[in-house]
Design a protein around this ligand. Structure first.
Ligand code: ATP
Length: 213
């Protein structure tokens, strides 16, 4: 069986335990050999991250330094055009070959928005979708047509993810982590502690750079 590989996209402004812990648990649950973290290039017409691309990358490097499950891929940051997940996965599929099982990891909030993503139907042609739980978001899609789309692709079997190269949606029973980058930025701005929410090395770097003040 070819080992399943997954890509994990986000802004990571900053990276926190709500990103890392559910994915480490997910990897154990389904036998995931590699998770490639890919920070987004935020297009100019969207609200910009507070940290620069270099700072977001460095925080990720610090967060995964002692975690061999994770690897960093900076390809989206190197582009100056908007990075669409559908295009990134198309490119990744070309590189990995047609039979390699590939997956894209998202949180529950992103699943609810997923049908509004550029070319979302094509994403499942190139990868499975692995969804981690996140507190505060409903489990069902807002529109009936999107719920049907979800149910059509849903699997409860981790084996399916290893046997097919793409096309399944797996709702992982990962624990809830009530953490967001927005909450961390707000707490830091108010001088409140975030010690339990992200790795100490990342927090030290944030203070050293004077970020989120
Ligand atoms: P912000 O608060 O700035 O919007 P965020 O904390 O939601 O940021 P992102 O970088 O936007 O983080 O998220 C990247 C991915 O991680 C998304 O798929 C998102 O659903 C997922 N994610 C973020 N936080 C959590 C969490 N606490 N639990 C599960 N998934 C999460």
């Amino acid at each position: 069986m070819t080992a399943l590989k997954a890509l994990y996209g986000g802004t990571f402004d900053p990276v926190h335990y709500g990103h890392l812990k559910p994915v480490e648990i997910l990897a154990n649950l389904i036998g995931l050999s590699k998770v490639i973290i890919m920070p987004n290039n935020v297009p100019p017409h969207r609200p910009q991250p507070e940290a620069t691309s270099a700072q977001r990358t460095h925080m990720l490097e610090l967060a995964i330094a002692d975690k061999p499950l994770f690897e960093l891929d900076e390809r989206e940051l190197r582009r100056d055009t908007p990075s669409y997940t559908s295009e990134t996965l198309e490119e990744w599929r070309q590189e990995q070959g047609s039979t390699q099982p590939l997956a894209f990891i998202i949180g529950q909030d992103s699943l609810l928005n997923f049908p509004s993503w550029h070319n979302y139907q094509s994403i499942l042609k190139n990868a499975h979708l692995l969804v981690c739980r996140r507190p505060g978001y409903p489990m069902a899609m807002k529109e009936e047509a999107h719920q049907q789309w979800l149910e059509q692709h849903l699997t409860h079997s981790a084996d399916d993810l290893h046997l097919a190269p793409a096309g399944k949606i797996y709702l992982a029973e990962t624990p809830w982590f009530d953490i967001s980058a927005t909450l961390i930025r707000e707490r830091l701005q108010q001088g409140e502690s975030c010690a339990e929410m992200l790795p100490q090395a990342v927090l030290n770097y944030i203070h050293q750079q004077g970020l989120y003040q």
